[in-house]
Design a protein around this ligand. Sequence first.
Ligand SMILES: Cc1ncc(C[n+]2csc(CCOP(=O)(O)OP(=O)(O)O)c2C)c(N)n1
Ligand code: SF4
Length: 332
Amino acid sequence: MTNPVTLQPVKFNQTQTFTVGNRLVDGPARAVQANMRRTNSLNSGHRACQGCGEALGARYVIDAAMQASDNRVMAVNATGCLEVFSTPYPETSWQIPWMHSLFGNAAAVASGVAAAARVKGRKAVRVIAQGGDGGTTDIGFGCLSGMFERNDDVLYICYDNEAYMNTGVQRSSATPPAAHTATTMAVGKAPGNVFGTGKNLPLIAVAHNIPYVATASIANLRDLEVKVMRAMGIAGARYLHVHVPCPLGWGSDPAHTVKIARLAVESGLFPLIEAEYGEITGRYTLRRRAPVVEYLKLQKRFAHLFGETPDAGTIAAIEAIAERNIRHFGLA
Ligand SMILES: Cc1ncc(C[n+]2csc(CCOP(=O)(O)OP(=O)(O)O)c2C)c(N)n1
Ligand code: SF4
């Protein structure tokens, strides 16, 4: 299916940033969050921590999904921070039909909701599933792979904060090498998460040859919106993996959330790519190559690398990961 959604670069010369609030362009070309008719579908009053990247990402995702579907979104949410902070019983911040699944079965529940909508003839209803990296890359992985393999008509969004944050920062298979968590070695020769473990879920999704896969970041919110809208215009299984820094789990200043996300992208550690039917079709090329250490130094989970004698070997190994991403995806 061809997809007409295009990204109009933001042209605010005075800001030189990735700002999304472009109110000066014509209505239809405006960013969703700059549109007076945005739905505010993840509304105020939720209990996310100050500076939560996941709350910011979900807000942009859900309003873009609503705009792209003429407000006909049903969402299924795995257990995790997003679910817990948005729905303290008996309240909810969601302004859409929203269902809490178990921790590991959001993809399967969403597949069932999409099938029910189809059987009922509700063709306009669009189903999304949401989960954290633990719910997606670990316990929910089998259900998600099945959803991909059956090409179920669901957009699955993984909010990747690189650990199980809701339950106290345990390691997941998306935790990066050397990062300290509650369940990685705190001291010793090589503290933090071990190298060579974990999964690259965006590439695993690409290997399922599904219609659409993309990575996105709260560092570039307009790009995130556009990818959601593209995905919503495609039928079948789609996967969006969004990088969302977590001040509590990463030990960072809440004011630095977007800065840290940007450093992850601009250093090459978190590549922004798109793929259709198993082929890489889009990549974000780096504007200014940022040093990996700038990214690491803003987070206490990497503080053990920067003692009196910095751990040059481990830092170089992390830099090599960024280098490989840049080479592999052609980002420079
Ligand atoms: C079967 C099962 N095991 C464990 C839990 C406890 N649990 C709830 S949320 C969660 C971690 C969620 O981590 P993640 O999916 O990464 O989302 P985040 O909170 O980081 O956004 C865990 C372990 C559960 N609800 N169900
Ligand atoms: S623990 Fe992290 S992901 Fe969870 S609400 Fe706080 S900042 Fe957000």
